[in-house]
Design a protein around this ligand. Structure first.
Ligand code: ATP
Ligand code: FE2
Length: 336
């Protein structure tokens, strides 16, 4: 396949390998998803899952993409943010490969990787990013040498909120896609519905968001006997409108004209549609990568590793510690 940079993702549920060539052409990622039998994610169990799958997954990734060890010129891994035990597995695999193959190692910021794979895939240049995933909900824009967080959730991530609501209804992880299906089926049968028929709190506070009140209120509507499909629909309408409102104000404040969606919740057709409509009204453009690049994937880690290696040196072994609480704006952005 020629020279490639390999990326390893292991911040939470997903363990994934992916790669990009030196001019940024991405491979498919090869991924394994940890699904808790009951309850939410258990960090130690997720880490066990990742370490059990690491060897076979790597072999499959190399085989599927016809990559030999000689083709790999650098190895990138998620240094944070994420769950410590999970991050440690990815970092250990990365260090081992780096030593064995005698190739440079680069630690990347997972949140920034969502931005860079979006830029790579959509061709947008200087976007406001609406980053909506399980653990994170942030509105981000580049200012000087940082990606600055302009607004974010003050409590839980939007995806965790959707997953938790789903779990309370007996729907397995990940709940977001099932909620989307239930909501759109219900709405197709009730096209004239109004959100005031299933009222929920609106979760914008200045440029920030919160979702736990929405989660509790949605459960209350279920307890009161509302149909699950209707509550799913209203929940999506409220949560997505709040995100898109903050994104719109970020566009207005920064003067930027591109909105990029990223993170697993960006797979949702309704948040895409709302973003597109909002952007149309202000002569901006809404864009998003394919679903396989919205959810966590190794390819996005490889892509950010590639960009970083264009402008800076690889890290040394003693600099390769994970950082579970790494912030989006901690990483200095030196690439274009
Ligand atoms: P991060 O570490 O960036 O917070 P993550 O571990 O949450 O990422 P992602 O793969 O980015 O992982 O996102 C997973 C989330 O996306 C889950 O909460 C899942 O329910 C949600 N999701 C996936 N598809 C959809 C969809 N179609 N509609 C709504 N939510 C979705
Ligand atoms: Fe993510």
């Amino acid at each position: 396949m020629g020279d490639v940079i390999v990326g390893i993702e292991s911040t939470a549920h997903t363990f994934s390998f992916g790669s990009v060539t030196h001019d940024g052409a991405p491979s498919n990622s090869t991924s394994a998803l940890y699904r808790p039998e009951t309850g939410g994610i258990h960090p130690r169990e997720a880490a066990d899952h990742h370490s059990q799958h690491a060897h076979d997954l790597l072999q499959k990734f190399l085989q599927d993409n016809q990559i030999s060890n000689d083709d790999i010129t650098a190895i990138a891994f998620s240094q944070g943010p994420g769950l410590g035990p999970c991050l440690r597995i990815g970092a250990t695999v990365a260090r081992t490969l780096s030593e064995q193959l005698e190739i440079p190692l680069v630690g990347v910021n997972h949140c920034v990787a969502h931005i860079e794979i979006g830029r790579n895939q959509t061709g947008c240049d200087d976007p406001v990013l609406l980053y909506v995933s399980g653990g994170n909900t942030q509105v981000i824009a580049r200012a000087g040498d940082r990606y600055k967080v302009i607004g974010e959730t003050l409590d839980i991530g939007i995806g965790n909120m959707l997953d938790k609501f789903a779990r309370n209804q007996g729907i397995a992880f990940p709940g977001g896609p099932k909620i989307e299906k239930l909501a759109s089926e219900w709405h197709a049968l009730n096209p004239d519905a109004d959100v005031s028929d299933c009222p929920l709190p609106y979760s914008v506070q200045g440029m920030d968001l919160n979702f736990s009140g929405l989660l509790n209120a949605a459960q209350l509507r279920i307890n009161e006997g509302k149909e699950l499909g209707q509550v799913c629909w209203s929940l999506q309408e409220h949560a997505f409108t709040a995100c898109v409102e903050v994104a719109e104000r970020a566009l207005a404040h920064t003067g930027k004209t591109e909105l990029l969606l990223g993170g697993g919740v960006a797979c949702n057709e309704r948040i895409r549609e709302m973003s597109r409509l909002m952007c149309e009204q202000r002569s901006a453009e809404a864009t998003w990568p394919e679903k396989r690049f919205c959810v966590d994937n190794g390819t996005m880690i490889a892509e950010l590793g590639r960009r970083m290696l264009e402008v800076s040196s690889p890290i040394l072994y003693h600099e390769s510690d994970i950082n579970p609480s790494l912030r989006t704006d901690h990483t200095i952005v030196e690439w274009d």
